[in-house]
Design a protein. Structure first.
Length: 444
């Protein structure tokens, strides 16, 4: 490793030395970049010290009568927000009020978090940015990342292409159920040759739309804690992008994040939760996500979280500076609304009805010879394994001849985003898939 990769500034060294003392296990998880990262005592910290002073000529914005300058053409569409809440810079870790409200939401929706020590959520520019921040902090070239073989393709770009980590998968399903035994086996096998492992659990899963049962979630948790007790250092990333969209098709699923089950369980296990307003509040373009740390040891958690917060702010500051103020203000105001719970329930019910209809239609006997339906019960998506044809060829034929757009995720699998299908569109879509499969069989 070249000298610049290990060269750290005095501030970073102080953070690292403290982390080594209070949690050497967490320090050992950091990447070379993670060890170098820190939040600089520069313009932002000096501007924070000057806030509220009679004359404040520190921050790089233009002001007028004590507020940010704003063009009327820009402010008119958002008349309910002040210029400061719309156009000023947000802190690198996000608006303080928004971070508190999201933490309250986590506690309300994840009973296992009660009594646990975890961080104040840090605002990211949606979950993809959160994944990149976590990767910068903890991933080095060659690091082993374990996840299911049913995975969101962007993980490869974020982890493998950007940073040179290596994704290792295990079969997601076995005998129509979540393959918890396969997960535990892969975890143990990789631990035999790696002192540090990174695990990514994405529930509800993209592309399959599957959320574990209580028993399956417990089995995953027990496997991770057991491996940590054997001495493997584990970073467990919980990608909860579709959190809350639980429909319980075929039986009840767990209704909280595995993050809560992993917090404060063992010093060798650091959990990270990534979630956001993106899907949960149906505001995809606002790009407002959150990153929350769950240290393994409650006793040292306060100091560990202060250091990780500092390094995370440094990672954000060095790439995007901060997430958009306007998006954060809109989300914060929405979370404070007394109507938001009922509004979310209404949209949830629409999606649940679509999922239920997809489940009914896709499993019709007439389609048994054309595809198998992978178990799904949550989220936006479901997958089918097509029989006797190539999924990419099927996708192209559906586009060209049947006016249907779907996603081929492997040579056998087709992903259907029922989140963007009206109820009366479900049956025609699956009939088109069936007809296209028959056509391909006749012509190939």
């Amino acid at each position: 490793m070249s000298s610049w990769q290990e060269n750290v500034t005095p501030i970073a060294k102080e953070l690292n030395d403290t982390l080594k003392q209070v949690s050497p296990e967490t320090f050992a998880l950091l990447s070379a970049l993670g060890r170098r990262l820190y939040f600089p005592k520069g313009i932002l910290s000096q501007s924070a010290e000057a806030k509220g002073k009679r004359f404040n000529a520190t921050i790089g914005i233009a002001t007028e009568q004590g507020a940010p300058m704003a063009l009327p053409s820009m402010q008119k569409p958002i008349a309910g927000l002040s210029a400061a809440d719309a156009f000023s810079y947000a802190p690198p870790a996000g608006r303080a009020g928004l971070r508190e409200r999201w933490r309250e939401k986590l506690l309300a929706e994840n009973p296992s978090l009660h009594g646990k020590v975890f961080s104040l959520p840090i605002v990211t520019s949606a979950i993809t940015h959160g994944l990149a921040v976590v990767a910068d902090l903890f991933m080095d070239p060659g690091d082993c990342v374990i996840m299911p073989d049913k995975l969101w393709g962007n993980y490869r770009l974020t982890f493998e292409v950007r940073l040179g980590a290596k994704i290792h998968t295990f079969p997601f399903y076995q005998d129509g159920k979540l393959n918890t035994a396969g997960f535990a086996q892969t975890l143990a096998e990789k631990a035999a040759t790696h002192e540090k492992l990174i695990v990514l659990l994405n529930f509800p899963n993209n592309p399959t739309g599957y959320m574990p049962t209580v028993e399956e979630a417990q089995a995953l948790t027990e496997a991770l804690v057991a491996q940590a007790k054997r001495g493997t250092r584990l970073l467990v990333i919980c990608d909860d992008a579709y959190f809350g969209l639980f429909y319980h098709l075929g039986g009840p699923s767990i209704t909280e994040s595995i993050f809560g089950l992993l917090c404060n369980r063992h010093p060798n296990l650091l959990a990270v939760k990534l979630d956001g307003a993106t899907k949960e509040l149906f505001v995809w373009g606002l790009r407002c996500g959150f990153l929350t740390f769950g240290p393994g040891d409650a006793g040292s958690a306060k100091q560990v979280l202060e250091i990780l917060d500092n390094k995370t702010r440094g990672a954000i500051r060095g790439v995007i500076s901060n997430s958009p103020q306007l998006s954060q203000s809109l989300v914060e105001q929405a979370l404070a609304s007394s109507a938001i719970s009922d509004e979310r329930k209404q949209k949830f019910e629409m999606l649940r009805e679509r999922a239920q209809k997809v489940d009914t239609i896709a499993r019709r006997e007439k389609y048994h010879d054309a595809w198998d339906v992978y178990p799904f019960n949550s989220g936006y998506f479901m997958c089918i394994a097509v029989k006797g044809v190539d999924a990419e060829a099927l996708r192209k034929l559906l586009l060209e001849k049947y006016d249907v757009g779907l996603i081929a995720t492997s040579p056998t699998d087709i992903r259907v985003a029922f989140s963007c299908l009206e109820l009366d569109q479900v049956e025609p879509v699956f009939q088109a898939v069936y007809d296209a499969i028959q056509e391909l069989r006749r012509t190939t």
